[in-house]
Design a protein around this ligand. Structure first.
Ligand code: EPS
Length: 376
């Protein structure tokens, strides 16, 4: 399966192109649109989201609500379509200046229209498709905000996914900790008053993933690398960790690795510090990934910059933007994780159709569940 996006922030729309998606998957349009709506939400978002009502329009690859195996093209039409006036004032932290060097264009609108995080609507639509495929195998995705502006939420290690989903979708910051949420909102309000922006951290969880997705055989087939790369490629993401992540560097090995035990003849683990991935492969446990988002680069009290036309120092561009988009990023993070897991799933179980994949999956799971048949 391959996937690309196209489209500009104020062009006709954002487009997701998914090639190699199997036939026979029922496409629940409401499921896709709910994720698109979540991506638009969250306390701290700017004026654009009051204009847009992101909705997936499926232009190809689906017939009578079921995928055909043909390439899928999804459009999310922009309501705010217009020719944006030129700007020569690159924002520190944005793609503006690096893009100006790269393309040799001083008008940074040529860069920012595509670099904009509005592009992530396409990733969420494609991610929703992948979630619908993986749902057929009981694989479920969740994401939530765990930190904003240094305020950390308390999150239980284990929880019921349906309950957690309700809590998150009813939270203005997509976080399960009500007390922390209040403090986070105060930080966002403070940033707004100070004409500043604020970042944070989100966590993605995936359950019921079969062991053995990804590979230890080749560096570019390792699933942790793929998931980390996908998360890192989201606009404004500056750090990614899996399981204990950076914390594992501070502990002794005995406090990091998850012991392997036998329980009722089955292989079990005593903990999940690895976050569900060992040796570049899923180990059958819940996948736990976190990503850190820097504050958005467009500041209402702009930082110093240089006018690329006059070559004089001038404050950076001030434009409509968000104060905090960490909740939105958590939805995008979940989507790109779903895309990488779907790719690995299809590599393992192949198949042009859902039926074929199901047969391969069931056959493999029988082997995995029957430990005696493959040990010794
Ligand atoms: C975004 C749409 C954009 C920005 C934001 C994300 O809309 P506009 O530029 O018209 O206000 O709100 O993009 C950026 C933060 C950025 O740096 O480009 C969206 O739909 O997510």
């Amino acid at each position: 399966m391959r996937f690309f996006t196209a489209g500009e922030s104020h062009g006709s729309g954002i487009f997701a192109f998914v090639d190699g998606f199997p036939a026979g998957v029922r496409i629940d349009q409401a499921y896709i649109n709910n994720l698109l709506k979540l991506r638009q939400g969250g306390y701290g978002r700017g004026g654009r989201q009051k204009i847009e009502r992101d909705e997936a329009v499926i232009l190809s690859g689906v017939r009578f609500g079921i995928t055909t195996g043909a390439p899928i093209l999804i459009a999310i039409w922009n309501k705010d379509q217009r020719e944006i006036k030129e700007s020569y004032l690159p924002r520190p932290g944005h793609a503006d200046l690096a893009g100006a060097f790269k393309y040799g264009i001083k008008d940074t609108r040529f860069i920012s229209e595509r670099a904009s995080a509005r592009e992530t609507a396409g990733r969420v639509a494609a991610g929703a498709l992948c979630e619908l495929l993986l749902k057929e195998f009981s694989i479920e995705f969740l994401s939530f905000v765990i930190e904003i502006g240094g305020v950390r939420a308390k999150v239980p290690q284990e929880f019921d996914y349906d309950q957690m989903r309700k809590i998150i979708e009813n939270s203005e910051l997509y976080t399960p900790d009500k007390e922390a949420e209040q403090k986070m909102k105060e930080i966002i309000d403070l940033a707004r008053r100070k004409k500043d922006t604020v970042g944070g951290i989100f966590e993605v969880r995936v359950k019921n993933v079969p062991p053995g997705l990804g590979s230890c055989a080749q560096w570019d087939m390792r699933l942790d690398g793929k998931i980390a790369g996908a998360l890192m490629s989201i606009q404004a993401i500056k750090g990614v960790e899996i399981g204990l992540g950076f914390e594992s560097a501070r502990r002794f090995g005995s406090q990091v690795h998850d012991e392997i035990i036998l329980q009722d003849g089955k292989i079990k683990r005593t903990s999940n510090r690895a976050g569900g991935i060992e040796g570049g492969m899923t180990n059958g446990h819940e996948i736990v990934v976190r990503a850190a988002m820097k504050p958005i680069a467009t500041l209402y009290a702009p930082l110093r910059s240089v006018n690329l036309k006059s070559l004089e120092e001038e404050p950076a561009l001030v434009d409509r933007s968000d104060i905090c988009a960490v909740p939105a990023a958590s939805v995008v993070g979940r989507a790109v994780t779903a895309i990488e897991i779907a790719k690995a799933f299809l590599e393992k179980f192949g198949g042009d159709s859902l039926d074929e994949i199901r047969k391969n999956y069931e056959n493999y799971m029988k082997r995995v569940e029957n430990v005696k048949s493959w040990i010794g």
